[in-house]
Design a protein around this ligand. Sequence first.
Ligand code: GLY
Ligand code: MN
Ligand code: MN
Length: 428
Amino acid sequence: MDLAALHRAHVETLSRGTEAALERAGFAAVAIHSGTALKRTEADDQYWPLRPTPHFQHWLPLAEPGCWLVIAPGRKPSLHRSLEYSFWEAPAEPESDHFWGSFEVASGKPSLPPGRVAFVGDDLRAAEELGLLANPPQLVQALDQLRVTKTPYEVECLAEANRRAAVGHEQLRKLFHGGDRAELELHLAFLGATRQDDAETPYKNIVALGKHAATLHHIAYEKRAQPAGSLLVDAGASFAGYGSDITRTWVKGGGALASSYGQLVAGLEAMQQRLCASVRVGMPYEELHDQSHRLAAGVLRDVGISRLPADELVARGITRAFYPHGLGHSLGLQCHDVGCALRPPRKDNPFLRNTTEIAVDQVFTIEPGIYFIDALLDPLRASPDIDWKLVDGLQAFGGVRIEDDVVVRPNGIRNLTREVLPQGGGVA
Ligand code: GLY
Ligand code: MN
Ligand code: MN
């Protein structure tokens, strides 16, 4: 794969889209700032590693603070790197050189073309310094829309981010299979296997053994090894600013409860694959989410958690107590990428982050889950239609989530995750 050629075509597409956005918003140019490292606390002299402004990284994978990118119709994009020299710290070198040819590279403050120039970036002091109007909403929304569908370059970066994360997931499955582990040990093993520092991951690794899987974003890793019948790992890897977002759930051990939990994992795996196969261009993503609740009801019935008809489990909000989050979200430079929630979801889907109509070249996750969360199940406790003995037993396993990253194609999807990690979960 010629990444430089893909990147050149990406910049051409992005230039055309940005020029149209500038014209509609009434600007002659946009100056995009890469960002400034944030202090850990005001009283300290330490800084968090820089997370570059995603609108900057949409053009190039450079993680240097204080850079400017100037986009003006008819001009080659110009990159202005900061002259500031520090002998305390230096930014990491980019991992690959594929992108430099698309830019005029200079040092110091940018030279701006005549006319109205907008600022886009996270550090508003940089906008003030140049006297630019910061983040005009109409322009930012139009630039966000350019991130809803992905170019072949972006898909290749996301595919590489999936390939890298797959190595870590496979390593954790083996470690879990091999004995009792500490969550911290598994987290560090994922970083080692994917060759990432913690700050480089697209989001903080979620590593949950046993009942901890009931905390959807469990990042407070237990440091002692513990016996556990389940492992949920929600972790990704980064490449050129793009991140994968993958969840796998594994089970081990014997006994009736482990067997019921294994059935739950298998049911969720089958359901997740059915949802992947149901993706159609033109379908509202929310319709896929609704379908996932009907399927989740079937899984709850198959495992014996309730015998109510599936439509009643959905209508009475019972599936929502076991499966409270959205089916998925747009993915790209941000784990929860922008531009796919212009319309809020229906009131009964409060956490759904994707309300678009599914379109070719969108990239999103498909990540149904079923959990045993006290705070959500307690209001249902009076219901005789739920097998509470079984639910109480399964709480030791926390829950299940299976998550893949998919690209929409004219006749379905390309599943970037299954290409490199064929199994969503099951017996470790
Ligand atoms: N890893 C966070 C999420 O799946 O949305
Ligand atoms: Mn996700
Ligand atoms: Mn995830």
